[in-house]
Design a protein around this ligand. Structure first.
Ligand code: SF4
Ligand code: MG
Length: 283
């Protein structure tokens, strides 16, 4: 059985020392080993940005795609080979700006893959411009007088788009992040995990210390029920999207590939498919 070291390769990441993305890489490697995967059973697909390099640093199948397109590639991969565990990963610029259309539709499509966003509230690779996650008033090279746009709340968007798994974590909390990725991999459907992954070089506002002060961990709310969608939306809004943990999970909905005619896996019952008996027999 594979262990953590089997998911390591000998490529040295060229992220800046202290970048939050190191922990996300470690958490993916740990989670993959913990759920019992072998490297050849995992594919990591990434977009463009500092975080996009992650697919090259994990010993598994890797695909470094184009900007904002990790999800179309990852979904195609899963449809072509449903035996693979597929993780898509990228930054907030990649997933919530150029890639936002794909993000919303991948969420509502509910293909059984895991999407991890390394959210640092800035464009790091291009040396520090305002991203869709930057707060109002945030000063960067592209907004020297402060951003006048509102920051996007990806968790609210995910819930509104019909997500079946919504989680959020923080690079400094490797234990929670690893567990969340494990749960995301095991979830039968699209798992959306947003990770506060500080850019230590260009974002001097949303630092590790800032997150530690502002994060609201669901561990502090033991009676929280992640199956309650309304409670999930309320919690996200109450905490200004700074809540971490498993925020929402719907275990009842079937994933997309299990509902596509011609892709019927062994043992899928007629009543699981929203199609007529006649159509079922044709599968
Ligand atoms: Fe990480 Fe920022 Fe450095 Fe990019 S520029 S590697 S996001 S710390
Ligand atoms: Mg970013």
């Amino acid at each position: 059985m594979a262990t953590l070291k089997d998911f390591r390769n000998n490529i040295k990441p060229n992220w800046c020392p202290g970048c939050g993305d190191f922990s996300v890489q470690a958490a993916i490697q740990r989670a993959a080993a913990n759920v019992g995967l072998e490297p050849e059973q995992l594919a990591v697909v990434s977009g463009i940005g500092c975080s996009g390099r992650i697919s090259g640093y994990i010993n598994a199948y890797g695909f470094h795609g184009v900007h904002g397109r990790s999800l179309p590639i990852a979904q195609g991969l899963k449809m072509a080979n449903r035996e693979l565990t597929v993780i898509a990963a990228g930054g907030d610029g990649d997933g919530f700006a150029i890639g936002m259309g794909h993000t919303v539709h991948a969420i509502r499509r509910n293909i059984n893959i895991t999407y991890i966003v390394m959210d640092n509230q800035i464009y790091g690779l291009t040396k520090g411009q305002t991203s869709p996650r930057s707060a109002e008033g945030f000063k960067t090279k592209s907004t020297p007088s402060g951003s006048i746009e509102s920051a996007l709340s990806p968790l609210e968007v995910a819930l509104a788009a019909g997500a079946t798994f919504v989680g959020q974590s923080f690079s400094s909390n490797l234990k929670q992040l690893t567990t969340l990725i494990e749960e995301g991999i095991k979830h039968e459907g699209f798992s959306f995990i947003n990770v506060f992954s500080p850019c230590v070089t260009f974002n001097k506002v949303n630092t590790y210390e800032w997150f530690k002060e502002h994060i609201v961990d669901l561990e502090e709310t033991p009676d929280y029920d992640p199956s309650n969608r309304i409670a999930a939306m309320t919690k996200i809004m109450e905490t200004n999207s700074l809540v971490t943990g498993l925020i929402y999970q719907d275990k009842t909905k079937k994933s997309y590939e299990n509902l596509v005619a011609g892709f019927k896996p062994e043992g899928l019952a007629k009543q699981d498919l929203k199609i007529s008996e006649q159509d079922f027999e044709k599968l």
